[in-house]
Design a protein around this ligand. Structure first.
Ligand code: NAD
Length: 499
């Protein structure tokens, strides 16, 4: 029997993991659904305020009195590498589970998401040995040292669009720098993170890695407003980010926010057009288009626009939609019905605002189960349209025509978001010039997604606060401490000597 059939027959029970033990199976569970089959595949136990309390207390106690915070770098590296190996040993199972739960094609979960989840642990194992502190000796009589200490108990909240990979990045960073954590995955896609916790539980001291599950408004809200946490690292939508920031503000807790995007992908007429076509298609439609860094707001320079747009539309119509477990499937289902209906409403809104439908814009005709929608492309007359300004989070691309470099930079920057910019040109000077003009945290020149963990990833404007990556993660997960040491007896004004 396949894993999908097994889960369909007997949905997995997912509970919290607190202080080294799986706890809590009471109460009415939340049904977790396979978006391709609309079948219930898991029953999620929702952690209430008391269970969140217990998880934070376990993490607090493990941080304050446990061995992890003071463990040597060698010991932390050993554990991080063991977690890497555990993930790779179970890579096939994790990829299949991720695909069943999210609808993301298996080729992508197998080829990218799971290896990347594992790589995060290897990367941070190497990084903690390489990032040093600082010493200043400019003042003759003092030596100033800057060191980094673990921040404490980290609340790590993940989204549904790449649950294992993105949450693993947070867990690996938090653990590498000596913290303890409480993880809350999305209630829509809790399965792989729960399995990860199960797989690595024996590798960590009790209380270092805790898991709570449930809806954002219930479990998530209880976690981020808990006085016992020291920071929260969140990846998700901008509106949720705002609510979490408000909760954190009460306790002056540190936020790290990876939020939404509406990234521009600029195709200049001097680009290698076949290559740019492949790159913009992948940048728009990978991960079923449900990507924060989707480069799905495409601008094409007028001399090549007609030909490029026609070919983009034909390739969009040609994308293979279907069962995400099948090899060859390029687009799986949306995460739920609300999301697929929302995406199709944008096609109507766009048409109402004067955009021309080039491809898709309708439910997927094949099969009568699953939250499928046709990959969609629209030609937009103006960047102010809702379809060019709002994050749609599905296989939906907009195309616009431009004439001048200055004009397209202004249009690309005309967005509340600032996560990523893509530039396609054979003129490297132009690539660098446009890169420095784009108000985004990352610019990719002549390539779709490349994630180099040595660089920080994060957003300008409403796309977030802080960066994830080597130094960015250290800034997120450590407190910086200055220690000023007198090199000998210093001369300073003596007070209270006379009168
Ligand atoms: P979401 O904001 O709906 O939910 C994210 C997580 O927050 C879930 O675990 C949810 O349960 C929790 N949550 C919801 N309300 C909460 C509250 N009040 N308090 C605490 N937690 C709460 O996001 P999503 O729909 O799961 O993910 C899609 C969004 O994530 C998109 O906007 C996408 O752009 C963004 N995203 C950003 C990045 C990035 O790196 N910038 C990466 C991936 C996804």
């Amino acid at each position: 029997m396949s894993l999908r059939e097994m889960l369909g027959k007997q949905p997995k029970s997912v509970t919290s993991h607190v202080g080294g033990r799986f706890v809590g199976a009471e109460g009415t569970p939340i049904e977790v659904v396979d978006p391709a089959q609309e079948a219930v595949i898991a029953l999620l136990h929702e952690a209430d305020g008391d269970e969140v309390d217990a998880a934070v207390a376990a993490a607090r106690s493990a941080f304050d009195t446990g061995p992890w915070r003071g463990a040597s770098i060698t010991e932390r590296q050993r554990v991080l590498m063991a977690i890497h190996d555990r993930i790779m040993d179970h890579a096939a199972e994790l990829a299949e589970l991720e695909t069943i739960n999210t609808g993301i094609p298996l080729t992508q979960t197998q080829g990218m998401h799971v290896p990347r989840a594992a790589h995060n642990f290897r990367f941070f194992a190497e990084t903690i040995n390489q990032l040093g502190g600082e010493a200043f000796t400019q003042e003759r009589d003092v030596l100033s040292l800057v060191t980094h200490e673990p921040v404490g108990v980290c609340a790590l909240i993940g989204p549904w669009n790449m649950p294992l990979g993105l949450t693993a990045m947070k867990i690996a960073g938090a653990l590498a720098f000596g913290n303890t954590c409480v993880v809350k995955p999305s209630e829509l896609t809790p399965l792989t993170v729960a399995r990860l916790v199960e797989l690595v539980a024996d590798l960590l001291p009790d209380g270092v890695l805790n898991l709570v599950n449930g809806r954002g408004q219930v479990t998530g809200a209880a976690l981020v407003s808990h006085p016992g946490i020291d920071m929260a690292s969140f990846t998700g939508g901008t509106e949720t980010g705002r609510a979490i920031l408000t909760a954190l503000a009460k306790g002056i807790k540190r936020p790290a926010m990876e939020l939404g995007g509406k990234s521009a992908s600029i195709v200049f007429s001097d680009a290698d057009l076949d290559y740019a076509l492949d790159g913009t298609l992948l940048g728009s439609f990978m991960n079923n288009g449900q990507m924060c860094l989707a480069g799905s707001r495409i601008f094409v320079q007028r001399p090549v626009a007609d030909a490029f747009i026609e070919r983009f539309a034909a390739r969009t119509r040609n994308l293979k939609v279907g069962d995400p477990l099948q090899r060859g499937t390029e687009i799986g289902p949306m995460i739920n019905r609300a999301q697929s209906e929302r995406m199709l409403r944008y096609a109507e809104t766009g048409a109402g605002e004067g955009a021309r439908l080039l491809a898709g814009g309708a439910p997927y005709p094949g099969g009568n189960r699953g939250f499928f929608a046709q990959p969609t492309a629209m030609l937009a007359p103006d960047n102010g349209l809702a379809i060019c300004q709002e994050e749609i989070f599905g296989p939906f691309a907009t195309l616009q025509v431009f004439d001048e470099e200055e004009e397209v930079i202004a249009k690309a920057n005309d967005s509340d978001f600032g996560l990523v910019g893509y530039v396609w040109t054979e003129a490297m000077e132009r690539g660098l010039r446009v890169s420095s003009a784009l108000r985004t945290g990352t610019v990719l020149v002549n390539t779709p997604i490349v994630r180099d963990l040595r660089t920080g990833f994060g957003g300008y404007k409403m796309s977030g606060l802080g960066r994830e990556g080597a130094k960015g993660s250290r800034a997120m997960f450590t407190e910086e401490k200055a220690t000023i040491i007198a090199r000998g007896k210093r001369t300073f004004p003596a007070m209270g000597v006379s009168g």
